[in-house]
Each structure stands twice: as C-alpha cells, then as structure tokens.
Design a binder for this molecule. Sequence first.
Ligand SMILES: [Zn+2]
Length: 346
Amino acid sequence: MSEQHTLLEELLATALVEVQTDDLKSLNDVRVKYLGKKGPIQEAMKAMKGMEPEARKEFGQLVNTVKGQIAAAVENRLLELEQAAIAQRLANETLDITLPAQNLHTGSIHPLQQVVDDITAFFRSMGYEAAEGPEVETDFYNFEMLNLPHDHPARDMQDSFYVDPHRLLRTHTSGVQARTFESRTEAQLPIKVICPGKVYRRDDDDATHSHQFMQIEAFIVDENISMANLKGTLQALARHLFGADREIRLRPSFFPFTEPSVEVDVSCAKCNGAGCNVCKQTGWIEILGAGLIHPNVLTMTGFDPQKVSGFALGMGVERIAMLKYGIEDIRHFYVNDLRFLNQFKR
Ligand SMILES: [Zn+2]
C-alpha cells in the first residue's frame, strides 16, 4: 500500500469523527473542508494525473470510495440533526386541543331570497326555467306588449318611476313575459318560465307597502293550457308554501294581460278557516293574482291564440314571506337589523 493510500485511509477516519458534530453549521464546514473544491479529495484527484494507468485505476477507485463514504456520513448526520430538531420542537411546544375554537361569523341568506329560492326550486322541479329582465324597462315591454294601451290608468305617471318619457323602473316582472314570447316560436313550445326580480311602484310606504319590492312571476305557453292547469299549479304551490292541507279559492278579477283573471286565496293556516286576526276573520288570505294569458298578448308576440294558450301567475315575495313567517311590518325586510335577520339562519 502506497503512502497516498495510507493518507486517504487516515483522512477518511478523521472525517468520520468530525462529522459527528452537533450543529448544522459545523457539519457544513466539515463537508466543505473534505469535499470542497480546495479539499483533500480534489487534491488527490489532481495527483492521479501523473500516475501509470494501472496505479491510477486502483487509486481512483479508492478516492471515489472515500469520497462516497464521507458524503454519505455527512448526509446521515444531517438527517439525524434535523430529526433531533423536530423532536426538540415537539417536546417544547404544546398544543391544547381542548381550547374553544374561534367564532366564525357567518351571514345568512335574506328571508326574501329564501322565499325566492324556495319558489324557484318548486317551479324548476316542474320543468320551468328561470329568466331575468332589465329593471329599467321600456314603456313598450312594461305596458304596451302586455295589453296596457296608452290611456290605461296603470300607466299614470303617479304610479310609476319614469326615467325619461319612454323608460321607467319596471312596475312588474311581466315585461320578461313579452320579451320571452318574442324570442320564441311555436316550434319551441312549451315555454315554461319563472321570473323573480325587483319591481318599483310609487306606493306610499307603510307597514305592508314599499316603493320597491320583489315579485315572482311564472308563465307557461303550450297547446291546450286551460284554467284546470292553472288551478292545479296554484293548488300545488299553495300547499308547498303553506302546508299540505291548505285549500285555495279563486275569485274573478281583472288584469289587462290575462283573460279570465283571478285573485287566489289560500285557506288560513293559523285558524284553518275558522276566522282569526291573520285572515281578518274570513278564513282566507289573498296570496296572488293569475289568469289565462290574454289573446292580445299572444298575438302581439307572434303566437296564434287559436292554436296555443297559456297561464301566468304573479306574487309579491314580501307578502308571501310575511304570511309564511308571521312578519307584521314589511319594513323589517329592508333595515338590515341583525336581530331580525339572524332568526332566518338555517
Ligand atoms: Zn285565520
């Protein structure tokens, strides 16, 4: 064994001792000292160049072995030190999992939106699609296309918020009806649409009226749609909203865009028809207006009233919510009092 061999063996032995240091910095120093560019291993590799081929091969193998062993020792020690550091942290830090969690402040869905979602889901389950329309609507779609001619009292400036002579804040969601009918043809029947949205009227604000409120309108156009279809839908809706044993009553009414038109009453859920303060001793509560779509509306939007027919129904979301939850003042919905809103957390 040559002198160089002996030196390498000694080098390895010293390195393996020095590697057993206790901190990361001195471990890195050891690595640089032995394996770095100016270290003894690199020196030994340079020395190989002048050797005979046989000797160079043998010596080269030894250098590589020594280099590998030092590198592996450094790597092992590094792992040991890291694991020791983790063990140290685990021992020092304690986590008390019995401490109460931080309060998460979650909001809740507004009661009006809950009613909208509920009614929308009900109609969707019967194959209706949801549609939306602009809140600033033209006179044409808000009135004219719905069989409300120029001299109709509902068009009075007193009742509506006009933006300019031809546009206003919509007074009902029925404009969506006209827009929908116009965009469809008889080949696309049946048309089954539900349309929730905000509407605006110049009512005086009091306990049951607001200048802005929400409406939901549902309408269908197909062949052979009759009052029987309307009544069945209303019955199912009333029971969905107010309970399985509710009855409905239809009273003749007038709306320009339906013929015949009806007001729909539901039997009072509180007194079951006997008479109480909620139903003003009548046993019935008015919930919405409906009717068969007026032939003029169908004609104006390109449908032949001899071939197709339809019904429409519209209700005030606030009114439904007030009845459903026993709320006596409509203004509770708009003042954002958390004591009120928190009662509707689901
Ligand atoms: Zn009652």
